[in-house]
Design a protein around this ligand. Structure first.
Ligand SMILES: Nc1ncnc2c1ncn2[C@@H]1O[C@H](COP(=O)(O)OP(=O)(O)O)[C@@H](O)[C@H]1O
Ligand SMILES: [Mg+2]
Length: 298
């Protein structure tokens, strides 16, 4: 009897986590001493060690760092795709380990790095899958409206009836972005969302993510390899290195010549563009001059 009442209380509690978090005007992610090890039983070294982080408020945060440093792993620990080996993640004072997956899917959207494991669905149906955590009996028309609005926002209305599997890498990336936005989460995680896009869309999408963070009161956490675009639009940047956070803060404080050299092992010059740092790559090696290399269409 007592047990039953405990489980009922717990169910009531968990069913309202999304509503509770959504009502809160301030969104916050709190990472406490997070350690993550793949194959801990085989004695592998941890990818992330005692990471502490507090992100508060709807903003665009970029995660930078060299290949293989643990950026994707970190995001997976924050959106509950992976369980930390030790430590915890909280969203607005709720331990995510206590939040059911269906509630998590309403709170956190996720745009994965690659979408090769895809089904031959139309673009409309693929984006509609983003509405799945919210869908209720009779909500299909509303959901389709949101899908349409999102396609307009990203500029892919013309792809609506095309098969996802028959799209180019850049078009797929726009569809996956649309799916994440159609989910209308409080926190949107994106893993290199503009890696396949041309420069116009890299700028447009990153600028839009920043704007939507304000308009939708949404925290956007994005992994990026484009230091200049991240510096141009992010509210804050964090750089991962050696299992931990190497630097964190405003772009002008984090994107420095010393930091980039230490983290990426390349020499750069940092100039200011509208008060934002902008890196220029310096190549100290003398270039070998060649002969007359010509191209023409004659
Ligand atoms: N599923 C996995 N199993 C074992 N090791 C993994 C797995 N995924 C990633 N790793 C390893 O963990 C480290 C961090 O990977 P990842 O988080 O993908 O880095 P990043 O996103 O910064 O490039 C790398 O050394 C990678 O090889
Ligand atoms: Mg990655």
């Amino acid at each position: 009897m007592a047990l039953k009442s405990i489980s009922l209380t717990r169910k009531d509690y968990t069913e309202s986590v999304f509503d509770e978090i959504n009502k809160d005007p301030v969104i916050e992610v709190d990472v406490n001493d997070l350690t993550f090890t793949y194959n801990a039983k085989k004695g592998w070294a941890p990818v992330l060690k005692d990471v502490k982080l507090d992100i508060k408020g709807a903003q665009l945060v970029s995660i930078l760092g060299p290949n293989g440093v643990g950026k994707s792993t970190f995001i997976h620990c924050m959106n509950k795709l992976l369980d930390p080996t030790s430590g915890s993640v909280m969203i607005n004072d709720h331990l995510i380990s206590d939040i059911p997956l269906k509630e998590m899917a309403k709170i956190c959207g996720y745009v994965p790095y690659s979408s090769s494991d895809s089904f031959p669905l139309t673009v409309t149906d693929t984006i509609l899958m983003g509405r799945h955590p919210h869908s209720k009996l009779g909500s299909l028309n509303d959901d389709l409206l949101i899908v349409k609005e999102t396609m307009n926002l990203i500029g892919i209305e013309d792809l609506a009836d095309r098969l996802f599997t028959e799209l180019s890498a850049g078009q797929r990336q726009k569809v996956m972005l649309s799916r994440g936005l159609a989910q209308q989460p409080r926190i949107l995680f994106l893993d290199e969302p503009t890696s396949n896009l041309d420069i116009k869309y890299q700028l447009e999408i990153t600028r839009m993510l920043r704007r939507l963070s304000r308009e939708r009161n949404m925290l956007v956490i994005m992994i990026s390899h484009d230091i200049n675009i991240a510096a141009k639009y992010s509210d804050n940047i964090l750089i991962l290195l050696d299992g931990g956070i190497f630097a964190i803060g405003k772009p002008e404080d984090v994107i420095t010549e010393e930091n980039i050299e230490k983290v990426y092992d390349v020499k750069v010059k940092v100039i200011k563009d509208n008060d934002r740092p902008h890196i220029i790559m310096v190549d100290e090696e003398e270039l070998v001059e060649g002969g007359d290399f010509e191209v023409s269409i004659d």
